[in-house]
Design a protein around this ligand. Structure first.
Ligand code: MD6
Ligand code: FE
Length: 219
């Protein structure tokens, strides 16, 4: 761990915040999440083109994308079951770096095989843009590109390696970003290879309580 590096206003990178043992126990926790909530293939709402990244979620709310659009749902699109709880190993990273008393409501699990990538996008399906997004990387390294708050602005890229944690908040909260490339074989953490990225988010508006199974007053 080399302490927080400020990459741009609102973008902070904690290199190897998780040492190998912490990465291993978090990978085991994610494996258990995926056993309960299997990876699904999201599709672009208009074209129905499948994403190359497969996804799952834990937490009260999970992000999905299909013909009905991008949105948060309380249940898995294939199994219909509620998402599993966010494991403590992941919550404790949020508490260390998010700098807010609020708890995350959603944890999106992205799984990249060696040829998967994620196009430039903004994360703006959340009503609460005051809270940061905390991103945790496990397994193979990924080249993460981020840039200005408008499409077409200048971008820079950074290699996200296993155990790295990035915080995206404040002026960076609506910045365009994506993953250009996975570096196969760059980590021995995941036996089958690939990269896992976790993004922890607040979803409902600031000041609202977590919905906790009530009738969904958020948004
Ligand atoms: C990834 N990350 O690293 C994709 N979004 O695989 C994201 O899309 C992301 O890292 C919002 C904030 C931080 C992120
Ligand atoms: Fe994103």
């Amino acid at each position: 761990m080399t302490g927080p590096l400020s990459l741009a206003p609102g973008v902070v990178l904690w290199k190897t915040l998780l040492a190998r043992a912490g990465q291993e126990s978090m990978a085991a926790d994610i494996e258990s999440v995926i056993r309960q909530a299997p990876l699904f293939t999201p599709r672009m709402p208009q074209t129905l083109k499948p994403f190359s990244v497969r996804m799952s979620n834990c937490g009260e709310l999970g992000w999905i994308s299909d013909a009905r659009g991008y949105r948060y749902e309380r249940t898995h699109p294939d199994t219909g079951r509620p998402w599993p709880a966010i494991p403590d190993s992941i919550l404790s990273i949020w508490r260390r770096v998010a700098n807010t008393a609020a708890q995350p409501e959603a944890c999106l699990v992205n799984f990249y095989d060696p040829v998967a990538r994620m196009g430039l996008h903004q994360d703006r399906d959340e009503a609460d843009l005051a809270a940061p997004i905390v991103s945790i990387s496990l397994g193979d390294s990924g080249r993460f590109r981020f840039g200005r708050s408008v499409r077409g602005g200048k971008t820079q890229s950074v290699l996200l390696e296993s155990g790295d944690v990035m915080v995206f908040g404040g002026p960076a909260r609506l910045m365009f970003h994506g993953v250009d490339k996975i570096l196969p074989g760059s980590s021995t953490l995941l036996p089958e290879g690939g990269r896992i990225n976790l993004t922890l988010r607040r979803v409902s508006g600031p000041g609202k309580q977590s919905p906790h199974g009530s009738s969904g007053e958020s948004q």
